[in-house]
Design a protein around this ligand. Structure first.
Ligand SMILES: [Zn+2]
Length: 306
């Protein structure tokens, strides 16, 4: 990437920070850190792309909180990669073709942050002006907003060992439940008592209810996108589990996506849902029956369903 690209990416960074401040109101320390880096990249006309903590502290004038700045500085690379999607989205909306990214490496005993520009993949991030008429665009939440174990799944490559683990977990669990039911039926038949029959009935009801959601995971290889059972995402935004192939990779990757959008009919929030057929779609929280949209996670687009 050229110096010019670095300057453009830094400008996208500042633009995005501005938008963030409008939404969230105040700026956290890591926001300010990133802001200073973007400003310094611009000031140096894109020629300076590696930063040490001293570069920031000198301009921050708050040496007493230096250790906190240091801590945030260390997290900066991870923080940016978690926001790659929203930064790319902000770039296309403001007519830029690059967005900022970076990583922290351990240089000669000091931490060094390397700023870089990355091309926006326009195939996957349609700009606000390129959204086809009648379609909605989904925004993918950042990784930080997912809970801990979902964050681990995000982008995980499905090699042999994780694939075996998942199969063992999925089938092992169902196998265990089936054995439990058979055992409990056996004892209910040979030692009939109200307690044994109640327990067996309860076990069957719970398993059947659970299987309804659990079944989705078995369908993932074929469907490529299934909705995570609410039980697993907790009170977070409904989340989809996606199996996708990167262009140059042999093995598929797992991705967890919490996608939301704004309802063009009533302005309500659109979140992901699964229909009876387990197909993932977007439904408006104000009118989930009528304001429904398809969910194309590859293009981040949705079309009116009825
Ligand atoms: Zn609506």
């Amino acid at each position: 990437m050229s110096n010019q690209d670095n300057v453009l990416a830094a400008r996208v960074g500042l633009k995005w920070l501005e938008e963030q401040q409008k939404v969230a109101g105040n700026r956290t320390r890591i926001h300010r850190l990133f802001q200073q880096i973007c400003e310094q990249v611009i000031a140096a006309a894109g020629a300076k792309t590696s930063f040490v903590i001293k570069d920031i502290l000198e301009s921050e004038h708050e040496s007493e909180s230096g250790s906190q700045v240091r801590k945030k500085f260390k997290e900066l690379g991870e923080w940016l990669s978690e926001r790659a999607d929203v930064l790319a989205e902000s770039a296309v909306d403001n007519n830029f073709k690059v967005y900022p990214t970076g990583q922290v490496t351990k240089g000669d005993r000091v931490l060094v942050f390397i700023f870089s520009a990355r091309d926006v993949d326009l195939r996957f991030t349609p700009s606000k002006n390129d959204i086809p008429e009648g379609a909605i665009r989904y925004t993918f939440e950042t990784r930080r907003e997912l809970n801990m174990w979902l964050r681990w799944l995000y982008g995980a490559q499905l090699g042999l060992i994780p694939a075996i683990l998942i199969v063992v977990l999925l089938f092992g669990f169902s196998g265990f439940m089936i054995l439990l039911i058979i055992g409990s039926l056996y004892s209910a038949v040979y030692q009939p008592s109200i307690y044994n029959w109640l327990l067996t009935t309860l076990l069957i009801i719970v398993s059947a209810k659970f299987y309804k959601h659990w079944r989705r995971f078995y369908e993932l290889p074929e469907r490529r996108v299934v909705l995570m059972p609410d039980l697993l995402t907790g009170r977070l935004t409904p989340t989809a589990l996606v199996l996708h192939h990167q262009d140059d990779e042999r093995l598929p990757r797992l991705n967890v996506i919490a996608a939301t959008s704004t309802c063009p009919v009533c302005g309500g929030k659109i979140v992901l849902r699964a229909d009876k057929d387990n197909r993932v779609y977007g439904a408006c929280t104000v009118n989930p029956n009528e304001h429904t949209f398809s969910f194309d996670y590859t293009k981040k687009l949705g079309w009116r369903r009825n």
